[in-house]
Design a protein around this ligand. Structure first.
Ligand SMILES: Nc1ncnc2c1ncn2[C@@H]1O[C@H](COP(=O)(O)OP(=O)(O)OP(=O)(O)O)[C@@H](O)[C@H]1O
Ligand SMILES: [Mg+2]
Length: 447
């Protein structure tokens, strides 16, 4: 008869053995399609968004993502080509997706699974889930101080503050990626995380080398999924990059999160959602696009408590300047402002090709002093007057002298636009001082 004391000694061990699952759930492929597989046996063991692991017919370990769960089976989209799969192949649930970022990731290019793309070993930190809630709305700080970007047009007319979330809207080839790369290099932040979603393969290394350069890479983690990779890999890219930015934010740092582009993320999401049986409703996009993009942008922004902040810039491709297409529309509703790039300005060789009149930064008027807001107001009025009369002037229908206000505008506009192309300005005040000089107004500084 064992004593009570001996029983107590073995109690924790018995409890641990009792809690051990004696069976490991195994799923089996029941149907293979080009876009995914139907798996039986895991409906009660895997949740939507979880990973499954399997060994493909070539003996390589692969992963798939659960895209729909039904009563008797689930639908999963493999992260590799589905053509090497056969009926009956076993899969195991691997829980919600996670990565293990660390400070050693800075200066490196990784894939959406946190694996190095440069062939060198990559040290890992503590594991963190890819999907989790944003800091609680009640505890989050308000947006913080104005940040220097080095670009005169942004620092003056469209300021960015710590924790702000901006959209960068433009047609193809107008300079979105180049501007994001330059922000990674020059904007005030402790660390920068850049998500390259669906870039052409050759562009990833080229982007790191040419646009970011050694100076930009020295403080940047690049997470890249190229256009030839399956849709769910491209979709995961944005969330992996976000989890990396959150890792640094949770250490109290100020992270700059750049996502290029949200349009390609939305296209990847549509492919996955349609393959899993979701109907498209919003001009070809599934209804789940809105919560996906809202979740992404909501997780950036100011932190709470001891957390730092995530300042974010999301690029959005707007075909034919259609700002009402679904991705642009959803993003504009979520963000604290938008920078619109203009093809006409780019074609005139003026970079960054920011269309100031169509762009808005919602940190104004609070982020600028009274004097600065007056200068911004006067410059907007000048740009607007020029915009309304440009056609008449360029077609030779306007005769100088007939409208003194327009005459002044035509004398000043070239100089103002020249200041808007300046970059590398060491202080925010520098751009304001130049613009105030052109307008013949005093500049009394930031406060
Ligand atoms: N700041 C700049 N200075 C000089 N040229 C620029 C600048 N920004 C963009 N360009 C020119 O515009 C081209 C396209 O730029 P970029 O790739 O940044 O555009 P994009 O909007 O990201 O294009 P896509 O829609 O294809 O992704 C560049 O290859 C370059 O020739
Ligand atoms: Mg681009």
């Amino acid at each position: 008869m064992p004593s009570t004391e001996t029983e107590d000694l073995f109690a924790p061990l018995r409890a641990a053995v009792g809690a051990t699952r004696r069976t490991r759930p195994i799923g089996r492929i029941a149907e293979v399609a080009a876009t995914g597989v139907r798996v039986t046996g895991l409906s009660r063991h895997a949740l939507l968004g979880d990973d499954l692991v399997y060994t493909d017919t070539q003996g390589t370990e692969q992963r798939a993502e659960v895209a729909r769960v039904e009563h008797e089976s689930l639908w999963a989209t493999p992260f590799a080509r589905a053509d090497g799969l056969r009926i009956g192949l076993p899969l195991n649930p691997a829980g919600p997706p996670a990565i293990a970022p660390s400070g050693a990731w800075i200066g490196r290019i990784v894939d959406p699974f946190g694996r190095p793309l440069d062939g060198r070993p990559l040290p890992h930190g503590p594991s963190r889930l890819l999907h989790h809630p944003a800091p609680s709305a009640a505890d989050r700080r308000a947006m913080g101080d104005r940040l220097r970007t080095g670009y005169a047009v942004l620092d003056t007319m469209l300021p960015l503050v710590r924790g702000q979330r901006m959209g960068l809207f433009a047609g193809s080839g107008v300079g979105k990626s180049t501007l994001l790369g330059e922000l990674a290099r020059s904007m005030e932040a402790d660390v920068c995380v850049l998500a390259l979603v669906g870039e052409r393969g050759r562009e990833v290394a080229d982007f790191a080398r040419r646009v970011l350069g050694p100076e930009g890479m020295a403080r940047t983690v690049v997470v890249a999924a190229t256009s030839d990779q399956p849709a769910n890999v491209r979709r995961r890219c944005a969330f992996t990059a976000l989890a990396v930015a959150e890792h640094f934010r949770d250490q109290g740092k100020h992270a700059l999160f750049l996502c290029d582009s949200v349009t390609r993320l939305a296209e990847a999401h549509r492919e996955v959602a349609v393959a899993a049986g979701e109907a498209t409703s919003m001009r070809g996009h599934p209804a789940s696009l809105t919560p996906l993009l809202a979740g992404l942008s909501e997780r950036t922004g100011p932190g709470a408590g001891t957390q730092g902040d995530i300042t974010a810039v999301f690029s959005v491709l707007v075909a034919g300047s259609d700002m009402d297409e679904p991705v642009a529309d959803v993003m504009r509703g979520q963000l604290d402002g938008h920078i619109v790039l203009s093809r006409d300005i780019a074609e005139a060789g003026r970079y960054p090709s920011v269309d100031v009149l169509r762009s808005v930064s919602r940190c104004l008027p609070d982020a600028a002093s009274r004097n600065e807001n007056e200068l911004i107001g006067e410059l907007r009025a000048l740009l607007s007057l020029h915009d309304r009369n440009e056609l008449m002037v360029s077609s030779g229908l306007y005769e100088r002298g007939s409208n003194p206000e327009l005459d002044r505008c035509l004398t000043l506009i070239g100089k103002v636009n020249d200041v808007f192309t300046l970059d590398g300005l060491p202080r925010i005040a520098d751009g304001f001082r130049l613009l105030a000089g052109i307008l013949g107004r005093p500049y009394t500084g930031p406060d």
